[in-house]
Design a binder for this molecule. Structure first.
Ligand SMILES: O=C(O)CCC(=O)C(=O)O
Ligand SMILES: [Fe+2]
Length: 323
């Protein structure tokens, strides 16, 4: 089946598709047909693990698809508090200026308003605004029309997300040079899809792309370098990380369906004194999370967030040549 045929199959509402063929890494214990297990190649510091909300590396389960070399899947390596931290940042921080949002073009927000603050404070506008947010871009802002990145359309990339990306790539691939320069944050609702595409706008196509997902689950299709190649369907659950490196970096992929999460790890280990959780070190930060957690938790019950991080240039010090 071609990419389009598989996409249509998994997208269809009536009748509902069968999920028997969908790879579920949360159910795989060891080697499974077509999949190899990998081990980490480096050890992050305890400080990195705790501030990034990651579990000890001996708990990580890392897989690679044998027929898509370089497609690496890390089964949720986050702690429950870590999941809350990244969900919270994705909603409250990364949606603030200088990020660019799809909403900017719609005139739904006044220039002095930010999306999350209005969502929390204005119940009349909240439902519409929550539904309308589909993407945010950080760092080099992806230009959806020209598909080109440019120095004149660039803002500072958040340090915390850059560090998370670098630490995971170093731990799994042993690559020290990765510099996060651009991200697309995708905000999906239960009926959202993302059609098949290849991410090839980056000047540096040798650098891996890393994506983090939280909240509801997705069926993700990873195909080949041609739309004629039959794609492999897999579930991406909350906390899972996908790295597209090597051959797989230029493979077609897309999200035909969002499915209810079988588990809600972001809600685990919360006690009434959740603010004393120790895996993330800033108490102030956690106090803030606790304040707005019920709004965040309602949002994530019917949404999926994907943070899609890329290196753009060949070397972070050189500026992109303007075409
Ligand atoms: O949501 C996903 O898992 C994939 C998103 C993606 O492919 C992209 O943003 O380019
Ligand atoms: Fe993509």
């Amino acid at each position: 089946m071609t990419f389009r045929e598989k996409f249509k199959y998994y997208k269809q509402k009536n009748p509902k598709p069968g999920f028997e063929e969908v790879l579920d890494f949360s159910q795989l214990e060891s080697n499974f047909k077509g999949i190899s297990s990998r081990t980490s190649v480096c050890e992050p510091t305890d400080e990195d693990l705790s501030s990034l909300g990651l579990q000890e590396v001996n708990q990580w389960r890392i897989f690679e698809l044998i027929d898509k070399p370089g497609l690496i899947f890390i089964r949720n390596p986050f702690t429950a508090a870590g999941q809350r931290l990244w969900v919270e940042r994705s909603l409250t921080e990364y949606t603030k200026r200088p990020s660019k949002l799809n909403l900017d073009a719609h005139g739904d927000l006044e220039p002095n308003e930010d999306w999350w603050t209005v969502c929390c404070r204005d119940s009349d506008r909240s439902a519409v605004l929550q539904r309308k947010l589909r993407w945010a871009t950080l760092g080099y802002h992806h230009n959806w029309d020209t598909k080109k990145y440019s120095e004149s359309n660039r803002s500072k990339f958040p340090d915390d997300l850059a560090r998370l990306s670098r630490v995971v790539i170093r731990t799994v691939l042993g690559l020290d040079e990765f510099v996060a320069e651009a991200a697309i944050l995708n905000y999906y609702h239960m009926d959202s899809t993302l059609s098949g595409h290849v991410d090839s706008s980056e000047t540096n196509l040798e650098a891996p792309l890393i994506s983090f997902s939280f909240g509801q689950s997705a069926i993700f299709l990873i195909g080949g370098t041609s739309l004629e190649d039959t794609p492999t369907p897999m579930f991406i659950h909350s906390g899972d990380i996908v790295i597209m490196s090597g051959f797989s970096r230029l493979c077609y992929h897309g999200v035909p369906r969002i499915v209810p999460a079988p588990r809600t790890p972001w809600d685990e280990n919360r006690t009434s004194s959740a603010c004393s959780e120790s895996s993330v070190n800033s108490q102030d930060k956690l106090a803030n999370i606790c304040d707005s957690w019920s709004t965040i938790s309602d949002y994530i019950k019917t949404s999926r967030i994907n943070l899609n991080v890329r290196q753009v240039s060949n070397c972070s010090e050189t500026l992109l040549k303007e075409a």
